[in-house]
Design a protein around this ligand. Structure first.
Ligand code: DON
Length: 405
């Protein structure tokens, strides 16, 4: 069988093909993209990436670079020193708003004025700054990212507003180094090229306490990820942050190229791309996709998960013979079955060859299963049966309510 997660992602994309919104027009190169593109990817704790739609489409990371550069600045200077330069309060204003808090600091690192300030803090040595940003973001992605030079130059030519933000922060003594060079590095970081799979892996690295789930590298310490995810939660979607919190409920960041990245701690990293934007500068379809994923997979942070433990107790790789002489593969699941645990279990079931063995799924060690886990497990059973297997579910505690046995 194939795990149903990619099929579900395709269904979600089908249901989110809205045509509202406009592509970003203020950066000339961005106005030339195909507005119909739509893609989603999801990365799990063990580095598995599922994707659907135009997953090969590449685009510039834009404001999604901001949380990662914030992480690098925190690693370089420590939280207290960074807080001297930029606050952590939602601004309630547009992403390019010209505003400082009463202490003379940018309100947070997710709006342009705060992001330019954190770029200035990414390295103590200004000559090393770009190198550090480039290698840092590449480590989050697990591959070396490239800059789209034409997007970089195109934005640099229209950077008067970002320049004015940098000079204003410099006038308040909160920006380190030369404002022109800082803005050039900031615009360059925004022009790094990614796809939805990269975003999902980068998000999962934040959601995995700073460890890239594919390369295994610890990119930043866990405490920094907590800080970054907290600020993403409250400020990442700009002045749509309140709606986002109630409708979607996981930390996220958007970029004007039409990308959104979401990170649910300990569970999943998400990347979405579709270029048309709403009035807040967030991808219209991207927001809708995240709303659907959150609702379908139970990803809202305020929906408390049951205590999780490792789901797979055992899976016999070679079939055993039962009393009737038939080959039987037994899979024992344990602990709490929510989305992430069920996804791992389904992936194990997907490894079973299409043969005539009987599959026995033992749920007796399962302590809890939520509605998403039930749905996913039932679908796995259905698909195994379609593959021709006889499936027996040992479910003495009636986790699946007596169905599918
Ligand atoms: O500085 C800018 O305006 C762009 N390089 C990034 C803005 C952005 O992505 C806003 N997000 N939705």
């Amino acid at each position: 069988m194939h795990t149903p997660v990619p099929d579900h992602l395709l269904d979600v994309l089908d249901q989110c093909s809205l045509d509202d919104g406009e592509v970003a027009g203020y950066i000339p190169e961005l106005a030339r993209v195909d507005p119909a593109q739509l893609a989603v990817a999801l990365c799990t704790l063990d580095g598995t990436v599922h994707s659907a739609g135009d997953a090969e489409a590449r685009f510039t990371i834009q404001s999604i670079s901001k949380p990662f550069v914030y992480a690098l600045a925190l690693a370089e200077h420590g939280t207290a020193a960074v807080l001297e330069h930029v606050g952590v309060e939602p601004s309630g204003n547009a992403f390019n708003e010209i505003s400082l808090d009463p202490l003379g600091r940018p309100r947070n690192p997710m709006i342009n004025i705060g992001a330019i300030t954190t770029t200035s803090l990414a390295s103590i040595d200004p000559d090393q700054r770009w190198q550090r940003i480039h290698s840092g973001l590449s480590a989050f992605a697990g591959r070396e990212l490239e800059v789209d030079e034409s997007v970089y130059r195109s934005e640099l030519e229209i950077s008067s507003r970002n320049m004015s933000l940098a000079y204003m922060v410099k006038a308040h003594d909160r920006l380190e180094g030369d404002p022109d060079r800082v803005v050039a590095d900031y615009v360059r970081q925004c022009a790094l090229v990614v796809d939805v799979r990269d975003l999902a892996v980068m998000a999962m690295t934040l959601a995995n306490q700073g460890r890239n789930p594919i390369t295994g590298e610890e990119v930043v310490p866990a405490a920094i990820c907590r800080q970054v995810l907290s600020v993403m939660m409250t400020c990442g979607m700009y002045d749509a942050a309140g709606d986002w919190m109630s409708n979607v409920g996981f930390p996220a960041k958007s970029g004007v190229s039409g990308c959104i990245m979401g990170a649910l701690p300990g569970q999943v990293g998400i990347g979405v791309f579709s270029p048309r934007l709403d009035r807040f500068g967030n991808s219209v379809r991207g927001v809708r996709v995240c709303e659907r994923l959150s609702a379908d997979m139970g990803l809202h942070l305020m929906q408390a998960p049951e205590a999780a433990s490792h789901v797979l107790h055992s899976l016999g790789d070679t079939p055993e013979t039962d009393k009737d002489g038939d080959g039987v593969r037994q899979m024992q699941l344990q602990g709490s079955l929510h989305f992430a645990a069920s996804e791992a279990a389904l992936r194990e079931l997907a490894r079973i060859p299409e043969d005539d063995t009987i599959i026995e799924i033992d749920l007796d060690r399962v302590t809890a299963i939520n509605s998403v886990g039930k749905r996913m497990l039932r679908e796995g059973v259905r698909r195994l049966r379609l593959d021709g297997h006889e499936v027996r579910v040992l479910d003495g505690q009636q986790h699946l309510g007596g169905q599918d046995q």
